[in-house]
Design a protein around this ligand. Structure first.
Ligand SMILES: NC(=O)c1ccc[n+]([C@@H]2O[C@H](COP(=O)([O-])OP(=O)(O)OC[C@H]3O[C@@H](n4cnc5c(N)ncnc54)[C@H](O)[C@@H]3O)[C@@H](O)[C@H]2O)c1
Ligand SMILES: [Zn+2]
Ligand SMILES: [Zn+2]
Length: 368
């Protein structure tokens, strides 16, 4: 079939909106008609090369839609089902999956490879195969994805709200609550309150944190963070340090989630300076691949038992945590509608990303 998709043909180029060919679903695959897709910063890392992926690629890894057709062997979902797409495929049976770490499923190796799990392409244009970001490619009217990435959601769920739980919401919430283990009464900091960080703020609020500092250089992000549960804001690390020291009588924070637009070695030391004894620094932002140097106090690490933890999808299990996020939303505890600042058509995707860089969106959303 033909479908309209946003394709990235080379580094430092814009998304090209074009009609491309899409094969039908093969074994254990599902054809989905997309309803909405979120504009996560990670797709922008494909353009800068911070996310090293073979190009060309159909972008997008956050979205929800309706199943149109299933391939051989698919019995869990059927045509007409509402589904959210998880940016991490989870098989449910590999070693990490069976240990409850399905965010680290062995299938994850494919998410920045390009082709589908079987090594072949579903999208084609100009005589060549197009990869799919995170084996999804949600910046397309239709896409074919592995069953392992498909999470069936309650049919009453509005698909624009379900779109964001496949990456941003669950990653941010999980970074704070699952990886960072934030608890009631804690003091926490979120470094970078965009689409991911705002959900770390919500996670902290839901976990019962007493001090939640939103640290971001952009005034708009800081001012909006109060709606999601921030108790204080800071524009710089120095400001956050003074604030946290004052609010905790010098004990400092229990958790600092780093969810800035990209991760830099220097941020590790900055985040470590904000946490206290046995404090956890959670690295969620995607780093520059060549950045291998971190300058930090090893003395603090050992003598204060400070910890640095990496976080992929907020250490969440897609099949458990995606429905959990939607349950929290339905219970009025988790804000999803308020996260979407602006909606775009697929044709306007480059404007959406320009707005993300300008700092005027918590999350931009493509509505198909
Ligand atoms: N680990 C994962 O599983 C995972 C999943 C999704 C996204 N990510 C990554 O998380 C990061 C955030 O993504 P997003 O979609 O929220 O991006 P975003 O652009 O919406 O938000 C980034 C925020 O960081 C702020 N910022 C920039 N520099 C800062 C600094 N030095 N200190 C504090 N704040 C700063 C920006 O003003 C912005 O508000 C990206 O690197 C993205 O690739 C990681
Ligand atoms: Zn994402
Ligand atoms: Zn697995």
């Amino acid at each position: 079939m033909k479908t309209k998709a946003a394709v990235l043909w080379g580094l430092h180029q814009k998304w090209e909106i074009e009609e491309v060919d899409l094969d039908g679903p093969k074994e254990n695959e599902v054809l989905v008609k997309m309803a909405a897709a979120g504009l996560c910063h990670s797709d922008d890392h494909l353009i800068t090369g911070d996310m090293p992926m073979q190009l060309p690629v159909v972008g997008g890894h956050e979205g929800a839609g309706v199943v149109v057709e299933v391939g051989p062997g698919v019995t869990d979902v059927a045509a007409g089902d509402s589904v959210a797409l998880s940016f991490i495929p989870a098989c449910g049976r590999c070693e990490p999956c069976s240990r409850g770490m399905s965010n680290l499923c062995v299938l994850g190796a494919a998410i920045i490879a390009g082709p589908q799990l079987d090594g072949t392409f579903r999208f084609h244009a100009k005589g060549q195969g197009l990869g799919q970001m995170c084996v999804l490619g949600t910046f397309s009217e239709y896409t074919v994805v592995p069953l392992a990435s498909v999470i069936k959601v309650d049919p009453s769920t509005a698909l624009d709200t379900a779109a964001l739980v496949g990456c941003g919401v669950t990653t941010g919430y999980g970074s704070m609550v699952r990886t960072g283990e934030a608890r009631d009464g804690d003091a926490v900091v979120v470094m970078g309150v965009g689409g991911i960080g705002m959900n770390a703020v919500q996670g902290a609020r839901i976990a019962g944190a007493r001090v939640i500092v939103a640290l971001d250089p952009v005034e708009y992000k800081r001012s909006r963070s109060f709606e999601f549960g921030a108790t204080h804001t800071a524009a710089t690390v120095a400001e956050a340090q003074a604030l946290i020291a004052d609010l905790t009588r010098g004990q400092m924070a229990d958790v600092c989630v780093v969810s800035a637009d990209s991760a830099e070695g220097a941020y590790v030391a900055q985040a470590l300076s904000l946490v206290g004894k046995r404090g956890r620094v959670v690295m969620t932002a995607i780093p520059h691949p060549a950045d291998t140097c971190v300058d930090m106090s090893l003395f603090d690490l050992t003598l204060y038992e400070k910890q640095v933890r990496g976080s992929l999808f907020g250490s969440s299990n897609p099949r458990h945590d995606i429905p959990r996020m939607l349950d929290l939303y339905r219970a009025g505890r988790l804000k999803l509608d308020e996260l979407v600042t602006r909606e775009y058509t697929l044709d306007d995707i480059n404007t959406g990303y320009a707005d993300m860089h300008a700092g005027v969106n918590l999350r931009g959303l493509i509505r198909f």
